[in-house]
Design a protein around this ligand. Sequence first.
Ligand SMILES: *[C@@H]1O[C@H](CO)[C@@H](O)[C@H](O)[C@H]1NC(C)=O
Ligand SMILES: *[C@@H]1O[C@H](CO)[C@@H](O)[C@H](O)[C@H]1NC(C)=O
Ligand SMILES: *[C@@H]1O[C@H](CO)[C@@H](O)[C@H](O)[C@H]1NC(C)=O
Ligand SMILES: *[C@@H]1O[C@H](CO)[C@@H](O)[C@H](O)[C@H]1NC(C)=O
Ligand SMILES: *[C@@H]1O[C@H](CO)[C@@H](O)[C@H](O)[C@H]1NC(C)=O
Ligand SMILES: *[C@@H]1O[C@H](CO)[C@@H](O)[C@H](O)[C@H]1NC(C)=O
Ligand SMILES: *[C@@H]1O[C@H](CO)[C@@H](O)[C@H](O)[C@H]1NC(C)=O
Ligand SMILES: *[C@@H]1O[C@H](CO)[C@@H](O)[C@H](O)[C@H]1NC(C)=O
Ligand SMILES: *[C@@H]1O[C@H](CO)[C@@H](O)[C@H](O)[C@H]1NC(C)=O
Ligand SMILES: *[C@@H]1O[C@H](CO)[C@@H](O)[C@H](O)[C@H]1NC(C)=O
Length: 878
Amino acid sequence: MKALYLLLFPPLIAAINGTNNTDCSCGYRDGANLWTDSLIVYFNETDSLQDSGFEAQVYKHHYENGWNNLFRQGADLAHLTFIPNESLALNLSVATPDHLVMGAAIQTLRHDIHYGSFRSYLKAPLAWTGGSALTMELLYNQTETFSLNLNSVENATESRITMLVNREFPDSIYGVNYTTLVDRDQVNPWDFTEYRLDWSHNEMLFFLGNESHRNISRKHLPSLPSVPGPIHFKHWSTGNYYSMQGPPWQETTANIGWIRFFFNTTSMSTEQRQQFDARCNSSSSSSSSSSSSSSVCSVDDTSLRGFTAYSHNATVRWHQHHAPYSARFASISLIAICSTLSAGLMLYSFLQRSRQNIQSSSSTERFVPSPSMEPPFPPDSALATPGPDSGTVTPYGDHVIMSGQVTPLAKGHMVSLDGHVITDSSNVTLVNNPNPSHGITDASLATLVNNPNPSHVSLLVTGIHFCLTFANAAINPGAYIHYNSEVWARKTIVPFTLNQNWIGPFLMTSSRFLAASYLKNGSLAAMAEKTVGRTPRMLIPVIAIALLEYFLMDAGATKWLEYLASISWSTWPFTVEYTNFGTFIAEIIELMYLIPNAAPQITFNYCTGVLWTIPVQLQGSWTVLLAVLVVAEIKTPWKRFGYYAVAIVTNWYGLNWGSYFWLGLLLTDLDLTYNYRPWLRARPWLYYPVVVLSLVMAIGGLGIDFTPQWTNVLYETYEYGIHPDWQTGRPIAQTSGAGYPQYYIPRLNGLVFSFGLQTLVELSPAVQKLFSFKFFVYVFPHIFTIYLIHGFVFWSFGSALCITFASLGLPYWANISLVALCCYSTIIVSLPFLTPVVETLGKKVTADIWRMAHEVPTMRKPTLYPWTKTLILDRGSA
Ligand SMILES: *[C@@H]1O[C@H](CO)[C@@H](O)[C@H](O)[C@H]1NC(C)=O
Ligand SMILES: *[C@@H]1O[C@H](CO)[C@@H](O)[C@H](O)[C@H]1NC(C)=O
Ligand SMILES: *[C@@H]1O[C@H](CO)[C@@H](O)[C@H](O)[C@H]1NC(C)=O
Ligand SMILES: *[C@@H]1O[C@H](CO)[C@@H](O)[C@H](O)[C@H]1NC(C)=O
Ligand SMILES: *[C@@H]1O[C@H](CO)[C@@H](O)[C@H](O)[C@H]1NC(C)=O
Ligand SMILES: *[C@@H]1O[C@H](CO)[C@@H](O)[C@H](O)[C@H]1NC(C)=O
Ligand SMILES: *[C@@H]1O[C@H](CO)[C@@H](O)[C@H](O)[C@H]1NC(C)=O
Ligand SMILES: *[C@@H]1O[C@H](CO)[C@@H](O)[C@H](O)[C@H]1NC(C)=O
Ligand SMILES: *[C@@H]1O[C@H](CO)[C@@H](O)[C@H](O)[C@H]1NC(C)=O
Ligand SMILES: *[C@@H]1O[C@H](CO)[C@@H](O)[C@H](O)[C@H]1NC(C)=O
């Protein structure tokens, strides 16, 4: 690129000599400030960049930094035009099919600009062309930068200027819209207007027209940029919904009339600086008005032209002096020792465990795959279905954008995430504690509860998250597509496989193991154990993995995720670090107490946000544990089922996940109390219609999600509309909350599907067989771990790989195939290490808590028992 530039603009070196025609050897006075150097160019007086101090830039980015950047930037010379006697025009083209938006950029040759007053005369990009920005920016790196952006957005009346430091989120508080400027300040960004940035060590001021619009002091922002860099102007668009939007749908133009920079530099050595101050300070401080003695110019002198001479060194990127690496030797060796110890311990526990496995595999328990837990379930793809207004700009529509909410962590974007649930495992008692009279039932129950069929589904969860991250269009209508096959997948198999309603069967299954022992033998002790153990059993593994993710993210593991959107064209992935450890603790505690329907804050700090279903599970558990007590006391069947009906309908109407748990309880009750399965089997004329009906419900429940894929009808919006609004009591359709429901809100078709599927699994041997592949038996013990870590693997390792492959120029289909292969291999390899640690922790601690809670402690014995302390105290007197 540089070579190309040199070819086109050969006199680069000559330019270094400067072209001034006024003697300003004592610098430029700017109020109280004095600047040593200047760079001035009037584009109405020149028709080339030669001898201007600027160079045209030529580049094509492979990827972009930013959660919402769906297009990549490019710049070349063809997009730069001089409009005679007026300005430099920077054009921006429509996007290419692979999301490259070619525009234009010019940059100062100097990289040593260090504080100054930067003024320019700019004209915003054309209105009503889809969205683009004209930017003036000093850029050293992502955390040492500031910019002024003229964002002409899609709806031109909403265009606004943003003034940002260190790549802040372009929030409205950092900006002002063109309308306000025109009406209030008589400044019209649509035409040429003067903009000014004053940057000094202690503060940064942004002027639009002559009004100061943003004023930042180092006191309020200690990270105010403080290192030198080049300044560039560019006309660009990355399709970022929150800033310039776009990309443009037709060729668009922005203009630069002139540029006047007055600044200090890092190239000036200390001696030069002292000489300068000695030579100039007397005249500049006392007699700046006496023009005769002074060679100080004023920054307001519009006759100034050209730029200060500078050496080649000034054009080289500035480098921070780093402390020698050996200084960190001590800490590195300490970490190495600790890691070795930890690895050794882990290996030891792993070996111990595999030895136990070998021993136990010969026992009769072999066919009960680790009874320690129920599987997790699939996420919502609430995101997965279109909002009513899903256009091309925001693939999800407004319903997932919690805009305006300014949280400390809202660095990137504010799209909410989904996740899903786990259930736990206290059904151990069912297996290990068989009541002799129910021996056979228990055995079959254990097989059912531990049926690997859910593990099958947990792999679907990871599939959903993979697609949302790397091939969003396969799930979301309105997302940008890489290949037409994504659209076809969405319209054919996706509603059946990658559908959030797979969450339902898991909620139902958890009812079964919470209530089963009580329904069978009325044991309140088992209920107490479940009540006590439920929270720690679910949360300890969550805390362990969340802590691990916290550590790894802090170490920069998800760095590349922020670049992924420009390649995957999906804004769904988003995560940021916790602001501090206290936030982490607060968010963990929130998981235990949050009452659905709501998404816990931790979904923003945890990869793929799967944890939103933890509160659903926990609160649902309390419902079930209480409900089973009540239900068991209603002895008359029709009254009991009448009660179920009322509970299910009211829960559904009240938009409560409780309806799932009630249905699960109903099925458990039917099975354990009324033994409906043998009863039905004995009556084929009823059995087959019931099986067919269940099949229809299961298929229909998912199948209805085809409608948004083929038509514009959003079934979920209608269903959501008839429920009561919590604030007003009116139907939601008649309130401002109307629209497509959030992912964490239960839906009727999910309920129907779950009920159908669950019945089918219980009744049909064919379906049971279908799910009992041997593969799933192996996967089963690791389901919880898979559920907790897959998102992290996709978003750290996966995103880094995807970026690497994209930079190598691999076609996207090959790219994500390789990414999928590598990610799933990584997950599989990590399982044998993580599962034992996490599971042992969760199971042991929960068991200890329960033991401490209900066992009468053994009597405390004195240390010297069976002797008394006189044995020692009186030893001398003996
Ligand atoms: C800069 O100017 C000096 C003196 O006029 C001249 O000798 C030198 O060749 C010039 N440098 C370049 C690179 O043209
Ligand atoms: C170029 O524009 C500036 C300010 O807009 C003006 O002062 C100057 O006279 C113009 N130059 C010419 C040659 O018209
Ligand atoms: C630009 O200005 C020059 C000098 O003022 C004049 O000769 C020329 O015709 C102008 N060009 C245009 C296109 O107006
Ligand atoms: C940017 O550069 C500064 C100064 O060298 C450095 O302290 C900072 O860590 C850099 N930021 C990034 C994101 O590299
Ligand atoms: C543009 O935005 C304005 C103000 O928000 C609104 O009144 C107008 O209807 C919008 N126009 C279009 C075409 O969306
Ligand atoms: C412009 O900003 C003002 C003040 O922030 C706001 O009241 C107004 O609605 C905005 N106008 C548009 C068109 O967005
Ligand atoms: C720049 O864009 C304008 C439309 O905004 C167009 O008329 C002009 O031809 C373009 N210039 C180049 C060099 O493409
Ligand atoms: C710029 O550098 C000159 C020379 O060292 C100095 O006198 C002046 O105070 C500096 N200006 C600012 C604003 O720091
Ligand atoms: C202008 O040029 C003269 C001689 O070439 C030089 O001494 C002086 O420092 C320059 N002034 C500025 C402000 O660049
Ligand atoms: C340029 O930098 C090199 C090495 O940093 C230094 O030796 C040389 O003196 C510098 N030249 C000037 C003109 O500052």
